[in-house]
Ligand binder design. Structure first.
Ligand code: HEC
Length: 715
């Protein structure tokens, strides 16, 4: 009897052990690099790119190419105060974490969307009148050992308790008097959390990244991307080496290189890679007048994760002069190249070439263009450098360059599916005219918040293709597309790929689609009714697989201009949402307002003074980053042509000078004079009058007759 009891106890013990180990669950407060690097941990979505490898591949197969046609909305969460949404949610232990507009962090139940906690970093109050440049949204969060790491527009890095949303520590990562900002997701690894910043266009920026202790927020190390003034000494040997590749007095212009995106921690090799930014200013003739590669601009730099010490680099665009930064995702995989398994990293930066690099050595394996690259014909495999075309550097007058500064690919994530062997790449086809004729290069000065790029860049009519974007399934071994789908709209979102032989992607026209990962055939489509800029994720809870994404047109293109405006996404008429799908979803989600064009207010009693309007046009340079090129709103800020506030002197002063809307990301301009405010009002009325025909044309093309609602009147 006794003996039997013992036997059953042992059996019970073994059974429990089995249950625990099958459950594959590390307690949330122990989730560390082992869990973060585990490709087989499928229930959660633990990190920005799902795992440390940044592949955005989930092995889940419950939703697959055969049944995806039945995918329906399972639950949704309306986000009435949100605008642009570009972030990747995380799912840990049944809780979904995501960042919204004004960097608000939310935790919701991943099974039904119920709110658990919300943390508002009060970015509006912190930016005050100091931050007239930057972004109201960021790309995501990091989870490590029970903490959520979040960053803000104004440069704070914040550690939150994942269970409660309570603040554990906060640190300011840059001097608030500098015109920098954060849009990136912090990256937590090996007991540290790293963050960079952006702002090469906004002032004389010298890029750097900082790693902090994940427990305490103490600075662990800092790495500058470009050298400072040699007279002040170099921080390390890497900076001394980099300085050899610069000429003139670059430090006066900052130099640039800001890492606003693109960190990957390689848990296998214990190396940190980062993709670095473009020059500040863009024009090398100003930055480094005698030429030079200008290290470490536009490079992949490998660092020791413990000390931040330089290990190796590969520069994608030496002597950068076109905003061809290398801040895009760095994806890790083992590739079979000519029968040899290579520990590779894959990278598709703005410059239009797809790079495969041996991540053990930093050596280039191959590079081929994935879009037209009029600036360089190919990458020389001996030197590893691009073969530039004649006049690519606009030395003999104006030149059309493709890709444009939007890049052949930007921060919208690519995903890699080890089963098909393809990388799913949201590619852009655009061109820009570059010229520095008429610019006094020697006199150029960049000022904080005033910015300056040192070159005139305008849209080029010489477009490389008849369509503005593609979804490309790129074969990184063959270095050519396996399939490629032309797309009618620009600026589509990042991709997700799964073991179900699927690729998911949202587009700026509001469509969310699934494709057969092998063939590119469209297998499912959903109309979210509002432009999508965030990538989807997938996870599984209680045996059920979900697909989830944020819907809210955002990022650079959504700032406005006629192309973005033509999509019809409005600041106030469309509901931003978090939408989650499953195969047995039954949620009844209200439709969105159809594409909407605010009617420019033309007031016959307002006499437009041409001189004032011209002065207002100059001042509008401080506004166009949010209110749109040509004053055509893109949905990230109200369309000023249709704003009643802009008609009323007192209301206008209250918003623009006194900062009454600062909590929604409308900065204040405390020093603006009455005359300047009046000039702006005249320019706004002029644009309203000039663009009324554009409005009428858009309405006619969209077949919308009812033009009664004015955007501002609706609220
Ligand atoms: C960093 C982005 C940003 C910049 C720069 C910016 N704005 Fe705004 N602005 C916004 C946002 C966002 C709102 C909407 C706030 C809200 O939700 O009410 C707004 C609202 C406004 C409104 C009120 C519109 C309405 O009808 O509600 C006016 C007027 C305005 N801005 C004028 C300006 C002017 C003039 C400038 C330049 C001197 C400027 N803004 C610069 C983001 C910006």
């Amino acid at each position: 009897m006794k003996h039997k009891n013992l036997k059953s106890s042992i059996l019970l013990f073994l059974y429990l052990l089995l249950v625990i180990s099958c459950d594959n669950k590390t307690p949330y407060n122990e989730i560390d690099d082992i869990a973060l690097a585990d490709e087989n941990r499928t229930e959660d979505w633990l990190a920005y790119g799902r795992t440390h490898n940044e592949r955005r591949f989930s092995p889940l197969i419950d939703i697959n190419v055969d049944n995806v046609g039945g995918l329906k909305v399972d639950w949704y969460l309306d986000l009435p105060k949100d605008i642009g949404l570009v972030s990747t949610p995380l799912v840990v232990d049944g809780i979904m974490y995501f960042t919204g507009t004004m960097n608000i962090v939310r935790a919701v139940n991943a099974v039904n969307g119920e709110m658990i906690w919300e943390y508002d970093p009060k970015v509006g109050e912190t930016i005050g009148n100091t931050r007239q440049v930057g972004w109201k949204h960021n790309r995501g969060l990091s989870f490590y050992k029970g903490k959520i790491f979040a960053a803000t527009w104004d440069g704070r890095l914040i550690a939150l308790d994942a269970k409660t949303g309570g603040v554990i520590w906060v640190t300011q990562t840059f001097d608030r008097n500098r015109s920098l900002y954060i849009t990136g997701a912090p990256k937590a690894f090996k007991g540290k959390v790293i963050i960079g910043n952006g702002g090469t266009e906004n002032g004389p920026a010298r890029g750097f990244v900082t790693a902090y202790d994940a427990e305490t927020g103490e600075e662990a190390w800092k790495f500058y991307i470009v050298p400072g003034n040699p007279a002040e000494g170099f921080e390390n040997k890497a900076m001394e080496m980099a300085a050899e590749t610069w000429t003139g007095e670059w430090w006066k212009h900052g130099g640039g290189g800001n890492v606003w995106h693109g960190f990957t921690y390689d848990a296998e090799l214990d190396v940190l890679y980062m993709g670095t930014g473009n020059g500040s200013p863009w024009n090398r003739k100003i930055r480094s007048p005698e030429g030079g590669d200008n290290l470490f601009l536009c490079s992949i730099v490998a660092l020791d994760p413990d000390t931040g010490e330089y290990l190796w680099h590969y520069q994608t665009t030496p002597g950068e002069s076109w905003d061809f930064n290398s801040n895009m995702d760095i994806v890790l995989a083992d590739l079979n190249i000519n029968g040899k398994i290579i520990k590779a990293l894959m990278h598709a930066p703005k410059n239009g070439f797809f790079y495969v690099i041996n991540r053990e050595t930093g050596k280039l394996i191959s590079a081929e263009p994935f879009v037209e690259t009029s600036w360089a014909t190919h990458i020389d495999m001996v030197t590893g450098k691009p073969a530039e075309t004649e006049n690519a550097r606009y030395v003999n007058g104006p030149v059309d360059i493709t890709p444009s500064p939007w890049g052949g690919h930007s921060w919208q994530s690519m995903s890699y599916n080890p089963q098909t062997g393809f990388v799913y790449l949201p590619a852009l086809h655009s061109a820009a005219a570059f010229s520095d004729e008429g610019i006094d290069l020697a006199a150029f000065q960049s000022v904080d918040f005033g910015g300056g790029i040192g070159v005139n860049v305008s849209p080029s009519g010489n477009l490389p293709r008849g369509y503005p974007a593609s979804l490309i399934a790129w074969d990184p071994v063959q270095q050519k597309p396996a399939w490629s789908l032309p797309q009618e709209v620009f600026w589509n979102a990042g991709t997700l790929t799964t073991g179900g032989n699927l690729v998911f992607q949202g587009r700026s026209d509001g469509k969310f689609l699934a494709y057969n990962a092998q063939t590119g055939e469209t297998v499912w489509s959903f109309d979210a009714g509002l432009g999508i800029s965030a990538p989807p994720i997938t996870y599984k809870i209680d045996g059920k697989q979900y697909i989830s994404l944020l819907v809210g047109f955002g990022g650079g293109f959504a700032r406005g201009g006629i192309e973005a405006h033509a999509l019809g996404w409005s600041y106030r008429m469309h509901m931003r949402r978090l939408i989650t799908f499953s195969l047995d979803g039954t949620a009844d989600m209200p439709d969105q307002t159809p594409p909407f064009y605010p009617r420019p207010i033309v007031n016959p009693n307002f006499e437009i003074d041409e001189t004032l309007a011209a002065a207002g046009q100059q001042l509008y340079w401080g506004c166009f980053n949010c209110h749109g090129g040509g004053m055509f709103g893109g949905g990230m800020a109200p369309d000023l042509r249709a704003s009643a506030v802009a008609l009323d002197k007192t209301a206008f002063a209250s918003v623009v000078r006194d900062g009454s809307k600062i909590n929604m990301g409308m900065p204040s301009y405390p020093d603006i004079s009455d005359e300047e405010l009046e000039a702006l009002q005249h320019f706004i009325r002029l644009r309203a009058k000039e663009t009324l025909p554009v409005y009428e044309k858009l309405m006619a093309e969209a077949g919308i007759e009812n033009e009664a609602v004015n955007e501002e009147m609706g609220h």
